[in-house]
Write a protein that binds this ligand. Structure first.
Ligand SMILES: *Cc1c(COP(=O)(O)O)cnc(C)c1O
Length: 356
């Protein structure tokens, strides 16, 4: 069977050359006599793999030595609790509520410290990034944002400036858009959207923020302990880290984040241009905040939406059904989605519109 174009929000498509490399290393990786899945995480051969993955991530995101890079368990969701447990010194943090995941992060943090939701677009079903002007608390332990809102298809067009360290859940646009890492105290991201396979969370933390974890912080959640142990306090997700490294190698060959960002913008523009001129389909996110990773759109008629999702699937364009809180369709077009897949999607929409 041929491969489909998978528009899933996560886990999502991986680059085909990466899958082929994974296959090539089965059952034997290099001259090790075994596959990566079978290696001890304490072995020199595995140490070389995790070091290589970290070096590639540092190169791609221009991460200086003043930051620690960790490969952790528990997805992005685990960090919703880890963030307050590691940073909650004064016991108060600002959160910008720009979507379901941002809301969830604030809810989890509220178990550990006082959460100030300084701005929210929840009452408008998160179709825009809310305005934080004049509302930030410079004395907070940190300010938490979600750079790209996976469900609603919005992203920040400028970053908030606070004296408090900026903590970002970057799960759905890390490595897809260029950011200056120096603007952040902490960046974390579940891997299954734009980094590699599920079951891995990448966390980047400025080293001066380490050493302040709460006394009751579980040790696997403690970034200081994890830094001291090279992400190997216990057995990390060895295979996912390896595949993430292959994805990063692939990304470097595409011109890095700077190179892929151009392609991602082109892919998004193809879709939004079509949507803006369509008689049938409409983009749901406010224009100014449109995500280049998740494109949400509707026909305004639930039955037509469902018919289109089916029609697209018959053409090998799958997983286009939108999240229940927005309805309609969502095309997740992360780094591994080729521009050809987006062209085929636009053609399918055109065809469907004409058939009406
Ligand atoms: C997918 C997603 C999450 C949840 O990630 P898990 O790895 O499943 O915990 C959190 N935040 C954002 C922005 C996401 O897109």
């Amino acid at each position: 069977m041929e491969r489909v174009y998978n528009f899933s929000p996560g886990p999502s498509m991986l680059p085909l050359p990466v899958l082929e490399k994974v296959k090539e290393a089965l059952p034997v990786y290099g001259d090790t006599g075994m596959n990566v899945m079978e290696m001890s995480h304490r072995s020199p051969m595995y140490q070389a793999i995790i070091d290589d993955t970290e070096a590639r991530l540092r190169a791609l995101m221009h991460i200086p030595d003043t930051y620690s890079v960790l490969f952790l368990h528990g997805g992005a969701t685990m960090q919703f609790a880890s963030v307050p447990l590691n940073l909650g010194v004064k016991g108060e943090a600002d959160y910008i509520d720009s979507g379901n995941f941002a809301h969830g992060a604030a809810g989890e943090a509220a178990k550990y410290l006082k959460v100030n939701v300084v701005a929210s677009s929840r009452d408008d079903n998160y179709v825009y990034i809310p305005d934080w002007d004049g509302k930030l608390n410079d004395d907070a332990d940190y300010l938490h944002i979600t750079t790209n809102n996976t469900i609603y298809g919005t992203h920040y067009t400028k970053l908030p400036e606070s004296k408090a360290p900026l903590v970002a859940d970057m799960s759905s646009n890390i490595l897809g858009e260029v950011y200056d890492i120096n603007k952040f105290g902490v960046v974390y991201a579940g891997a299954q959207k734009n980094i590699g396979p599920a079951g891995l969370c990448v966390l980047i933390v400025r080293k001066d923020l380490l050493g302040h974890a709460a006394a009751n912080c579980p040790k696997v959640l403690n970034w200081t302990t994890q830094t001291e142990n090279g992400s190997m306090l216990n057995t990390p997700n060895t295979f996912a880290i390896y595949v993430a490294g292959l994805c990063m190698e692939w990304l470097q060959a595409q011109g890095g984040v700077e190179g892929i960002e151009k392609v991602n913008k082109e892919k998004a523009a193809l879709l939004y241009d079509f949507l803006d001129n369509s008689r049938l389909f409409n983009a749901t996110a406010q224009r100014e905040f449109r995500s280049i990773m998740n494109v949400t759109f509707v026909t305004g008629d639930k039955e037509k939406d469902a018919a289109f999702v089916k029609f697209a699937a018959s053409k090998g364009l799958v997983n286009l059904k939108g999240h229940r809180s927005v309805g309609g369709m969502r095309a997740s077009i992360y780094n591994a989605m080729p521009i050809e897949g987006v062209r085929l999607l636009v053609n399918a929409m055109k065809e469907f519109e004409v058939q009406g």
